[in-house]
Ligand binder design. Structure first.
Ligand code: PMP
Length: 443
């Protein structure tokens, strides 16, 4: 294993020396908020894997469920029959979801969840006799997946350089990042500008050409961008007025990251037409995702009397019984105290990380719940990241790894989103190591 790790064969990219060659090699074990590498170093799992190990590593109740469900029913075809765990899970998800989102199309992860939502948008517009209402509005800075269409919604700098596949099917609005708003503009005026941009886009392109607006309530991989107050409700309103589906991509924000099962309603006061989820639904123990769909929308489809008013869509491993059973146990843990803990500890997490703003390299620390981002700048006057060595995130990560912390580096930013089980002393350790890592990087 050590040899393989050295040659980076464990990376998903096969060519050593190219992407991923410098990535960390050889994580061999995990327990709670920690992982252990091949050299025996114990590291805090700062990004919770990829925003997913919400209940932490080595969780016994989940491990037991994996075994028991495998022994009870290891597979069921989503096309022909429903398994008990998938039906029970759907009921529980519907009880948590906002508004009338009480149907679930299960998938195998986040990209396929987004893809499902978009395919559903096109399907419903075909049934409603308006097949050209198909454009998708996304935002700069967003991240929605790695499949062809979901990836073409992505708007981080390194995404659209090489992947602009969908042409004018996808329209991108500005990133709602208050930290990067035009100099001298108030946050309120910035918000007005963003909403106006959407409104003008609808007018220019015509509502009859736009099928969906896709948005992460908080942009995660774009750098934990918390939008200005009121932004999401106003965008939601514009969607309603123009019969555009509002798809909330909650792949990161759901399942406790912001203290609730779903964040759209509880945190941001919006009721989307669809919600996509993945990651935390099984805390990373099994690949599962899904799209929650509005009952009213489905009822309208059924009433259309269209011969094809059935959404014939499903993947071989959609609603996998093991994944659904794991998700149920995961929900038990969240409902049984972990959500309350995440809500309780989040202000401390944010406040401790915020203290890092006294470091010269740090331009802003921002976040909500148990997701946060440290954004580095070349100088605090201009907040300019461009003059920085854009490998700065990776260098902070490298220092932190030596000291016992995994960081998710994003160009000149570092993301922190630990397992929700983290305690106050563990937050102190995390922040103290991150402080040392940043200090070593700026020296
Ligand atoms: N949407 C969001 C908001 C995500 O953060 C991600 C993954 N980082 C995805 C979709 C894609 O999920 P997956 O990698 O499971 O396909």
């Amino acid at each position: 294993f050590a040899e393989m790790a050295k040659g980076h064969l464990i990376q998903p990219w096969p060519v050593a020396g190219e992407i991923g060659a410098e990535a960390r090699g050889g994580i061999i074990a995990g327990d709670g908020i920690y992982v252990t590498d091949i050299e025996g170093r114990r590291l805090i799992d700062g990004p919770a894997g990829m925003w997913c190990t919400n209940v932490g590593h080595g969780c016994e109740p989940i491990a037991r469920t994996l075994y028991e469900q495998a022994m009870t029913l290891s597979y069921n075809s989503p096309w022909y029959t429903a398994s008990e765990p998938s039906v029970r899970l759907s009921k529980r998800l519907a009880a948590h979801a906002p508004g009338d989102l009480d149907h679930v199309f299960y998938t195998t992860g986040g990209s396929s969840a987004v893809e499902t939502a978009l395919r559903f948008m096109q399907f419903s517009n075909n049934v409603f006799g308006r097949p050209t209402k198909k454009r998708i509005v996304a935002r700069q800075g967003g991240y929605h997946g790695s499949t062809y269409l979901s990836a073409s919604l992505n708007g981080r700098p390194r995404d659209h350089d090489w992947m602009d596949s969908a042409g004018d099917l996808v329209v991108k609005l500005s990133c709602p990042n208050p930290f990067r708003r035009p100099a001298g503009q108030s946050v309120e005026a910035f918000c007005d500008m963003l909403v106006e941009e959407f409104s003008t886009t609808i007018e220019t392109l015509g509502a009859e050409t736009i099928g969906a607006f896709v948005a992460e309530p908080i942009m995660a991989s774009g750098g934990v961008i918390v939008p200005p107050p009121g932004y999401l409700t106003r965008m939601r309103e514009l969607c309603r007025e123009n019969d555009i589906l509002f798809i909330a991509d909650e792949v990161v924000t759901a399942f406790g990251r912001l203290g609730n099962i779903f964040a759209s309603k509880e945190v941001f006061g919006i009721e989307p037409d669809l919600i996509t989820f993945a990651k935390g639904v099984t805390s990373g123990y099994f690949p599962l995702g899904g799209a929650m769909i509005s009952a009213a929308l489905l009822a309208r489809l059924r009433q259309s009397n269209h011969a094809d008013a059935m959404f014939a869509h499903g993947l071989t491993y959609s609603s996998h019984p093991i994944g659904c059973a794991v998700a149920e146990t995961n929900l038990d843990l969240l409902e049984g105290g972990l959500l309350a803990h995440a809500r309780d500890i989040a202000p401390y997490f944010q406040a401790q990380l915020k203290t890092l703003e006294d470091l010269p390299l740090v331009g802003e620390v921002r976040g909500l719940g148990l997701m946060a981002c440290v954004e580095c700048v070349a100088d605090r006057e201009s907040n300019n990241p461009l003059a920085l060595d854009l490998e700065v995130g990776k260098r902070i990560d490298a220092h932190c790894q030596q000291l016992g912390l995994l960081v998710r580096p994003l160009i000149h930013m570092c993301v922190m989103s630990p397992p929700l089980t983290i305690s106050r002393p563990q937050i102190d350790d995390l922040v103290s190591i991150l402080r040392q890592g940043i200090a070593l990087t700026q020296d």
